[in-house]
Ligand binder design. Structure first.
Ligand code: SF4
Length: 241
């Protein structure tokens, strides 16, 4: 049965925890129109590898903000070769020059929420408009605000089922999978970065810090907004900045 008419969480199998089982469920429910969207973080690479192994027919999307590290762009090419997939580079409507002209230089400094809205949130929303469901690399232990992520959940903002096959995996297990399957990952992760996004908003983390502590450091922001429930879950004093 196609599930793209699903409109409530009542029938979603939130009890599933095994990534392959979750992805096979996704393949049965959404034989066409699945989209895996990411910035090619380690968990998204594992999700993609398992989705390929599960035989899913899906489109892979990289949110190419124009501000990604060269290492991330090179990783996309390496993954295409290694996994035999094509990765769509999803661009914002505004170039960086157009954004600077309309809203000022370095918008990521003055209004990172608006910058993310233009360069990540809107392009993804447009891309998901004709998707049947989408797959992410969200994990419960990724950060405090991700702690309640379900394996399969209803994304009311995009009007889609959202599938998080790695929801129950700890970070160490993700890297075990990458290493044991000889999968490429971002070399910056071996250079002090725990999570890699755009160049101006990504810094190294110190021992003991949350794995997303290096994202938007000092700017009171830990999520870009594509996972809307998570953005709303940020501490109020931070989300308001
Ligand atoms: S992560 Fe930073 S540079 Fe990238 S879109 Fe968001 S605010 Fe802009």
């Amino acid at each position: 049965m196609m599930l793209n008419s699903m409109r409530t969480q009542d029938v979603l199998p939130t009890n599933l925890q095994d990534p392959l089982e979750i992805l096979r469920w996704a393949g049965r429910g959404f034989p066409q129109g699945l989209v895996l969207a990411s910035a090619l973080g380690p968990q998204s690479i594992v999700a993609l590898d398992l989705a390929v192994k599960a035989g899913l027919d899906l489109d892979v999307v990289l949110l190419d903000t124009g501000l990604l590290f060269d290492e991330t762009l090179e990783l996309a090419t390496r993954l295409e070769t290694r996994l035999g997939v094509s990765i769509q580079r999803l661009k914002p409507a505004l170039t960086l020059d157009e954004q600077a002209e309309a809203l000022g230089e370095d918008l990521w400094e003055t209004d990172p929420a608006q910058c993310c809205e233009i360069r990540k949130v809107k392009p993804l929303a447009n891309r998901l408009a004709d998707a049947s469901a989408w797959i992410t690399g969200l994990r419960r232990t990724g950060s405090l605000v991700r702690a309640e992520v379900e394996s399969v959940e209803w994304d009311a903002v995009h009007g889609l089922v959202k599938i998080n096959p790695l929801a129950w995996w700890p970070r160490a297990r993700v890297f075990e999978h990458l290493h044991s399957h000889n999968l490429p990952y971002n070399p910056l992760l071996d250079d002090g970065y725990a999570s890699v996004g755009c160049r101006p908003c990504t810094s190294r983390v110190r021992p003991g810090e949350d794995e997303r502590a290096g994202r938007w450091r000092g700017r009171g922001k830990t999520e870009c907004g594509i996972h809307h429930r998570l953005a709303a879950a940020q501490p109020q004093e931070e989300a308001a900045q």
